[in-house]
Design a protein around this ligand. Sequence first.
Ligand code: PLP
Length: 368
Amino acid sequence: MLDLSEQYHSMRGEVLETIDNVLSSSQYILGDHAKKLEDDLAHYSHTAYGIGVGNGSDALHIALQAAGIKEGDEVITVPFTFFATAGSIARAGAAPVFVDIDPATFNMDAAKIEQAVTDKTKAIMPVHLYGQMADMKEIMDIAQKYNLIVIEDAAQAIGAEYYGKKPGELGTAAAYSFFPTKNLGAYGDGGMIVTSDRALAEKSRILRVHGSKPKYFHHILGYNSRLDELQAAILNVKFKKLNEFNSMRRAHASYYTEHLNELSPHYVKTPIEKEGNYHVYHQYTLRVEHRDELQSYLKEKGIDSMVYYPIPLHVQPVFKSLGYQEGDFPEAEKAAKEVLSLPIYPELAEEDLTYIVKTMKEFYHSKS
Ligand SMILES: *Cc1c(COP(=O)(O)O)cnc(C)c1O
């Protein structure tokens, strides 16, 4: 599904050099490399501040808390996403309130948000799933109308654009993840909040160091969640290539789409790029007929594929107390049964793409 070693070998010299530089500096947590990455990613996101934290989940959680979200509040989000989206809301003490997804993009259906707003609603957390940003204009209009905070889950969308705007630029803040498989991946965990809200940035910086400010004075309860210096240094090397890697992903995606569109849309529906969007294809995700059978067939032929995500969050046992049940979000539930993601990492070779397309076609020709 993903070969990370090839990328390492393509930049091995520079990575080893920067690792040696950090190890020799004896500054291992929040040093100059972390500061540089914070500045660069804030700038890249057209925002004023970057706050490096331990992982993407903490970036979401800390951003929510820094924005004032607390127990008793409600935060509107989607059930079709990685667990950490709703997990971070619950960890901040608030209740996740789900709205269904738009079947065309798998992102939050903005037309469904308003009916979920109550007098407890404090924030919206859209997810830019698979690398395509959610409908931020519609979301921001509703947020403005009801005076809501917007924290964007941009873990899968670093480099994506929505009418020229980056994650964190329209919303109150956005959270990035540097989990190794993400478009900008570390060799371990890491995450970052980007925002132009000065107070949110300041409070996030305090929360990541046990709520300490000044040092050893604690007015609020925080965490130990910092971006470590080694990961930041490695990310500074990789960041220089991010745009290039994203365009390679996009090239693979157009190859897949062009060739898989030769199959009947009854069997395979290729991803849709919505107008105004620069999709960075963290995943290349299809809707397919006979999904599980196709996945086994591909596996037999030596091709990995993945289901992101097989179980929507509203039916996860841990969220039972929220009171949702099967049937509440039909589009999320349908997507969970139909989606399949194909390999899309930048270094994927042309012959791999050709082989994957050929094998997909073989499978569906045997069906018709
Ligand atoms: C990866 C991911 C996260 C969490 O990031 P971690 O760095 O793994 O904590 C959150 N939301 C989404 C949508 C993700 O894909």
